[in-house]
Design a protein. Structure first.
Length: 459
């Protein structure tokens, strides 16, 4: 097991008196003190491949990060995870949908045991979990400290839980598999908690019921094996520099960092944190808190009869763009859940909550390829047709924004695709189901997501 040590601080201990055999009183040498030192190690593998980034810090808990939210989010998105969106049962309202589907302790452990290295796993936007081994070692100091003489380790599981209907983020820390060795000093105090900080420039408050964590003897932690923290984050006021849409949402970002302290000497150890975001967006559910470290995957079935014309069109746009219109060779559309062959990068779509009222580019392309009467039924007596576009008009990668880029001299290989399909297929895949995905997965304006067509032809 990897352990990190620093020079320990000795405790003040009253010196005793020792009577010599001659009966004379002589000052006894100060007895050594036992000083605890905290360290953290991955459940398996090395620190380098775990992403744990454990670090020692000043023992005082901070209430404010040194970064802006924009800086922290940009850093996080370099290694952003993904989750598959699970649609609700038909007819279920946003408020009734149990969309959190929180991860369980066993699910979290299974993820790490199967080889995941972290540091954080996100089951969805509402569940984050983290696993590692916490170690407290004991050293005798008088005044310098000798080698470790004992200690105890515990497997540690941390679970964060958001809500899609309220500004709440709750935290559980579970301990098990305690393994002592050498000398036992279970009277040692250990402070446990999730330190929440606001980001620079945001007027927010974490609203934690345990801002300083909880302190118990190691023996007591071994008995209860659980820590619970309730946070009700609030945005006191939006940033004046934010666009009005974001200001209306009362967005607030919060940095959550697992923190462990031995109060006797102030030894403080933390692991890499994660970002929670809360809002009051009325176009979602009115309030909610979620984790930004994952992007949702919106899945459509290639063969679903309710919208197969749309899903098959999107598959061709993503995989065989020349079979769509305008279909320019050497171009591509973003959003597929795979590395784009032209750029080599995963390129998500981002939600545009305002949608695109200007569909001139799209309609002109359909008229140019299917004629001015493209809305006529494909067969006599059939349903009317519509000009389906991908990326969706409700994203910042739609054909409208492609034209804006062309007009501003920022043209690239990124493009768009259109196809005329039955109206019901268009409105189901790119309308009803997509709207539910936005709402239940709690996507705000400019949030990233991917589109995956399942059960399609082999690639």
């Amino acid at each position: 097991m990897i352990r990190f040590h620093r020079p320990a601080l000795a405790l003040a201990v009253a010196a005793g008196l020792l009577l010599t055999s001659a009966g004379h009183a002589a000052a006894a040498p100060a007895p050594s003190t036992v000083t605890p030192v905290i360290s953290i190690a991955p459940l398996a593998g090395t620190l380098a491949d775990s992403g744990l980034e454990p670090r020692r810090e000043d023992s005082k808990r901070s209430m404010r990060s040194t970064q802006t939210a924009e800086e922290a989010l940009a850093e996080q998105r370099k290694t952003i995870k993904t989750h598959v969106y699970r649609p609700p049962a038909p007819g279920l309202s946003v408020l009734a949908y149990p969309g959190e589907d929180w991860i369980t302790r066993d699910e979290c452990l299974t993820k790490w045991i199967s080889g995941f290295r972290g540091p954080w796993h996100y089951k969805n936007h509402y569940s984050a979990c983290h696993v590692f081994r916490l170690t407290v070692t004991y050293r005798h100091c008088n005044p310098t400290c000798g080698p470790p003489v004992g200690g105890t380790t515990a497997r540690t599981v941390i679970i964060g839980r958001g809500l899609h209907t309220a500004r709440n983020l709750d935290w559980d820390i579970y301990f098990d598999d305690w393994t002592p060795w050498g000398e036992s000093h279970e009277e040692t105090l250990l402070n446990v908690g999730i330190n929440c900080t606001s980001f620079v420039g945001e007027n927010t408050n974490c609203g934690s019921d345990r801002p300083n964590g909880d302190t118990k003897k190691i023996a007591e932690w071994k008995q209860i094996n659980h820590y619970l923290q309730h946070d009700s984050p609030v945005t006191l006021s939006p940033k004046p520099s934010d666009p009005q849409a974001i200001r209306d949402e009362m967005r607030g970002h919060f940095n959550y960092v697992p923190t462990f302290v031995t109060p006797v000497n102030g030894d403080r150890y933390t692991t890499k944190g994660t970002i929670g975001r809360c809002d009051n967006a009325t176009y979602i559910s009115g309030a909610g808190c979620m984790f930004t470290g994952t992007a949702g995957i919106y899945q459509l079935d290639y063969n679903d009869p309710a919208y197969s014309q749309s899903s098959q069109f999107i598959w061709r746009a993503q995989r065989q763009i020349t079979q769509t219109k305008p279909g320019t060779p050497g171009t591509y559309v973003p959003g597929g859940y795979f590395a784009q062959p032209i750029t080599g990068y995963f390129e998500p779509l981002t939600r545009n909550k305002h949608g695109s009222d200007n569909r001139t580019e799209i309609r002109n392309t359909c008229i140019a390829n299917w004629g001015p009467n493209y809305t006529d039924p494909a067969v006599p007596g059939g349903e009317s047709r519509e000009c389906d576009e991908y990326p969706f008009s409700s994203t910042y990668q739609s054909g409208y924004y492609w034209r804006q880029a062309q007009n501003s001299g920022n043209a690239s290989a990124r493009s768009y695709a259109v196809e005329v399909i039955d109206a019901s297929h268009n409105r189901e895949a790119g309308g009803n189901r997509l709207r539910l995905f936005y709402e239940y997965d709690h996507l705000l304006d400019k949030d990233p997501f991917y589109v995956e067509i399942i059960n399609g032809p082999p690639v």
